[in-house]
Design a protein around this ligand. Sequence first.
Ligand code: ZN
Length: 282
Amino acid sequence: MKVKIGDIEVVPLSDGIFRLDGGAMFGVVPKTLWSRVAPGDELNRITMSVTPLLIRTAGLNVLVDAGIGDKLPPKLVDIYAVERGAGLPGSLAALGLGPADIDVVLMTHLHFDHAGGLTTVVDGIVRPVFPSARHLIRRGEWDDAMHPHARSRASYFPENYVPVQKAGLVEFIEDDGEVLPGVSVWRTGGHTAHHQIVRIDSQGQTGLYLADLVPTAAHVPDPWIMGYDLYPMETLAAKQRWLPEAVRGEYVIFFEHDPALAAGVLREEEGRRYVEPLVSRP
Ligand SMILES: [Zn+2]
């Protein structure tokens, strides 16, 4: 289902669901608390969605993040319990769009559950999925993804993004600000050093795609921060910057990983934030 931010159309898409360790997803929050809002399976894993976004602005089809894709080795498909269903291609096809109709791909960061869908194997060769798209990637994130360390290596797979650069489709973003009409990026750091969120502004209305700053509605409270985050105090600072502003401005917030909710409006009553549901996960 689509959402209108002013005259910009925003459509949550689906690249299926997967599961991650519940403890890792909630950092310092005890299981007695998180298991009430996100019950784990027999392996302690909680269900996450993969919900990229389509933004239609100035006649352009802009895809924000590309999901897990179809190249994940069977062992990892099992570990992460990936159930892709029709996947992102099916989700786009339901809107009458093929991969060649995507004009711009805008990346929040390059972890495999966001960048895996950028490439696929054709005739034994890994190729870009979106051959006519400019791929906008933050330069610092690119550099980190090309030089992963012991704690980030499990999330960065060069086959997801190097073929896109080799095809000449990558353009680097250097700074915060507008990258397309009504679409701007803002570095939050935290999850990765150069993780960025995407803001949509049109006719006085605002939408925020929070990516891994606030991956699910359960992560709305300030201290509910992922153990995966490389710089959790930056995550905290970014939440304290953006979430009160979202409440004041009645922004529509979009979740990339919530198992049930794709979009909502953040509200606050008596110091307690909550999400008023707007659009279910597709
Ligand atoms: Zn991530």
